[in-house]
Design a protein around this ligand. Structure first.
Ligand SMILES: *Cc1c(COP(=O)(O)O)cnc(C)c1O
Length: 397
């Protein structure tokens, strides 16, 4: 058996590889440069063009580019009208922002458990969480795989709930042939550099509902409208604009919009390469009883954001920490997505108790995200597989 790097052996590769990274090309740089040399570097033409492009890609009627994915979720929570005393159901297996946005507007998140095989929010668990206070569901397309839209939509219609998708992982994903972004009442995207396409920081909300669109614009732009047709009062002169609600400044700049327009052109190519890597990983790991492979959802044609390795502790004698550190020593830097949100001290102080969502907690204890991004070479992918095989061989029961 090969000696693990963590025990003084040679690492499978010399150069450290990380779990994700952006891919910025000369074409991206060229468009950003031209945006920077334009008359308007914010509130300019690239923002409008980006909104159109996002509508084209997602099939949504309206898109609002914003400063980041968290701002997108905040705006969606405002537009949905969530407020103090309301409950909004979400998943614990997500980045904190999916729940935090509910707290921003004074409402309380309620955590439904996840499916043990797909790791997405479980519609049966959503149903069990519904009370007379429930006002919405924020479902996360975890790793990019579309949630069970048909069932969640039906639950939301039955109980008159706003259905929001946190699609931070899922730009480009399709559910039963329909692009994510056009299916729920609102869909929020993130364009952080680890996500599939990036604008540095960036996000967007898409919707088909003109009233929600109006509210999203207000929420993200100080609550101000420049449209005379919407004014409540007769304008005193052409300088007048009207602040109708308490909003935020969550605008995306024109040069960020330009970067994202350029990145969107490569979404399909990025998505295909990600799937190719996922297929290689699945082929390698599905034959290893020590590794549990995340189930692929047949209804979802996925742009995969993360590849999750789950350790089967019935077959391995190491802890997750030992495996994770051993990977790092082989120069494969993993990450964990995610610790259940309600385990954070902030949510513990609000009264959430460990043990609330047993499936999410069990999954959390065994997972790590291994490198997945389109710029990886086949050699990089082989290195990651080699590292996993080497460590599994060392700790096999
Ligand atoms: C990245 C992410 C966010 C937040 O997006 P930012 O652009 O970093 O604010 C929200 N939800 C999920 C599931 C994410 O992965």
């Amino acid at each position: 058996m090969e000696k693990l790097a963590i025990h003084g052996g040679n690492p499978v590769r010399e150069k450290k590889i990380f779990y994700g990274r952006q891919w910025i090309g000369d074409d991206d740089v060229a468009l950003v440069t031209s945006a920077l040399k334009g008359d308007l570097i914010t509130c300019g033409p690239y923002v409008d063009e980006l909104a159109k492009e996002l509508c084209r890609v997602t099939g949504a009627k309206y898109a609002v580019p914003v400063a980041n994915g968290t701002a997108a979720l905040h705006c969606a929570a405002i537009a949905a009208g969530f407020s103090e005393g309301d409950e909004v159901i979400t998943t614990p297996l997500t980045f904190a922002a999916s729940a935090n946005c509910v707290r921003y507007v004074g409402a309380m998140p309620v955590f439904a458990d996840v499916d043990p095989e797909t790791y997405n929010i479980d519609p049966d668990s959503i149903e069990k969480c519904i009370t007379e206070r429930t006002k919405g569901v924020i479902a996360v397309d975890y790793t990019g795989q579309a949630v069970d839209h048909d069932r969640i939509r039906a639950i939301c219609e039955k109980h008159n709930l706003t259905f929001i998708i946190d699609g931070a992982h899922a730009i480009g994903t399709k559910y039963k042939g329909q692009p994510e972004g056009s299916l729920a009442d609102m869909t929020c995207f993130s364009f952080h550099p680890v996500k599939t396409i990036t604008s540095g920081e960036g996000g967007a909300i898409t919707t088909n509902d003109p009233e929600l669109y109006r509210k999203l614009i207000l929420a993200s732009q100080h609550g101000i409208t420049h449209n005379p047709a919407e004014y409540v009062e007769e304008p005193e002169g052409p300088w007048v604009y009207e602040m109708q609600e308490l909003g935020f400044n969550y605008r995306m700049t024109d040069f960020q919009s330009a970067l994202l327009i350029s990145q969107l052109k490569k979404l399909e190519e990025f998505s295909d390469r990600r799937q190719e890597i996922v297929d290689k990983y699945n082929r390698a790991f599905s034959v290893m009883p020590e590794i549990i492979v995340q189930k692929e959802i047949p209804e979802s044609k996925t742009t995969r954001h993360l590849y999750i390795l789950q350790l089967n502790f019935d077959k391995l004698s190491c802890t997750r920490r030992e495996f994770f550190d051993a990977m790092a020593a082989e120069n494969v830097q993993c990450q964990v997505h995610y610790m259940p949100v309600y385990w954070f001290p902030y949510y513990q102080k609000l009264g959430f108790k460990k043990g609330l969502c047993p499936n999410a907690e069990k999954i959390y204890k065994g997972i790590m995200s291994i490198p997945l991004y389109p710029m990886m070479t086949d050699e990089d992918v082989e290195d990651v597989i080699k590292a996993v095989r080497k460590i599994v061989a060392a700790y096999r029961k």
